[in-house]
Design a protein around this ligand. Structure first.
Ligand SMILES: *[C@@H]1O[C@H](CO)[C@@H](O)[C@H](O)[C@H]1NC(C)=O
Ligand SMILES: *[C@@H]1O[C@H](CO)[C@@H](O)[C@H](O)[C@H]1NC(C)=O
Ligand SMILES: *[C@@H]1O[C@H](CO)[C@@H](O)[C@H](O)[C@H]1NC(C)=O
Ligand SMILES: *[C@@H]1O[C@H](CO)[C@@H](O)[C@H](O)[C@H]1NC(C)=O
Length: 270
């Protein structure tokens, strides 16, 4: 009898411990940040679970989904806990702001809805989005805001019971480097299962070679002969008029312009 109780004791203690290690989180779903549908709480094992709070704005194939929700997640350690944003061209994008935490009711507040940015950041990426093995015809598109990486991923897109292979290329934020093959990104309308691919730092948009007609204003009082630019090595100084490139022609015209204006003024004033 005593040994029986001794045997039970660890089990009883374990039960008590397990009960202590319960995490309580807020739940709700909503189209606005009041998140007013199905408000309540959920419980999850504190050792492995967490509280999630999400604001998401997703537009794929012309359908926009804007949602807020709070829930328990059972795999706190493996879930994505950084804001995710990627832009795949033709007005399609995924923006998910996330709070993931594991103290009681720590997900009471919903995060801000990610708005994206329209400010070009000087970088560019190939962008495309295609389902069901359609060709992902990519066009190079300027990136905006903090989307300073280029992503190129294939995987499966699940919507309800149906699953379609997808390919996505586009500009993405540095935080999206958590997206790796084998990762699932869950949103209300879709689950992305990333199967292959990577994100790499985006390349600068190439700048065209600077034009040589930059300083006509500073040379107004210098005679045209001494103001000939030193960088016109392919045209000998004596043949500036005949053998000049279009840019050089414009340059010498610009040099003469103040002089001509001056002559006109003199003519008008006299
Ligand atoms: C995510 O939500 C937090 C908290 O509301 C906010 O400070 C942050 O700006 C949001 N991030 C984005 C990318 O919108
Ligand atoms: C992609 O390119 C292929 C071949 O150029 C073309 O047949 C197809 O219609 C294009 N698809 C889209 C969605 O633009
Ligand atoms: C990701 O989702 C797929 C399909 O639903 C599932 O088979 C897989 O186990 C998930 N992987 C993880 C790490 O949750
Ligand atoms: C030609 O222009 C470049 C910058 O465009 C400058 O660095 C270089 O010194 C110039 N060469 C001469 C001979 O002035």
């Amino acid at each position: 009898m005593v040994s029986f109780i001794l045997c039970l004791l660890p089990a009883l203690l374990a039960t008590t411990n397990a009960q202590a290690a319960i995490l309580t989180c807020d739940t709700c779903f909503g189209l606005t940040e009041t998140c007013n549908f199905a408000p309540g709480t959920c419980q999850v094992n504190k050792a492995t679970g967490g509280c999630l709070s999400v604001a998401e704005d997703i537009k794929l194939g012309g359908t926009q989904n804007t949602n807020f929700y709070k829930e328990c997640v059972s795999n706190y350690k493996s879930d994505i806990e950084v804001p995710i944003s990627f832009t795949v061209g033709n007005g399609n994008y995924v923006r998910i702001n996330t709070t993931l935490c594991n103290t009681d009711n720590c997900n009471a507040a919903v995060p801000g809805m990610p708005t994206g940015s329209t400010t070009a950041n000087g970088l560019q990426c190939p962008t495309c989005f295609a389902l069901n093995f359609a060709p992902c015809n990519s066009s190079v598109t300027p990136c905006t805001g903090d989307e300073t990486y280029c992503m190129d991923f294939t995987g499966f897109l699940q919507k309800g019971p149906s699953s379609s292979p997808f390919q996505a290329k586009g500009c993405t934020s540095a935080s999206d480097q958590v997206i790796k093959p084998g990762i699932n990104l869950t949103s209300t309308p879709y689950t992305f299962s990333f199967f292959w691919g990577q994100s790499v730092p985006a390349e600068k948009i190439p700048t065209p070679p600077p034009p040589t007609t930059t300083t006509p204003a500073t040379t107004t009082n210098a005679p045209p002969t001494t103001a000939t630019p030193a960088n016109t090595t392919n045209a000998p100084p004596t043949t500036t008029h005949s053998g000049a490139s279009p840019a050089l022609g414009k340059f010498s015209f610009a040099l003469y312009l103040p002089g001509l204006t001056g002559l006109l003024l003199v003519k008008l004033l006299s």
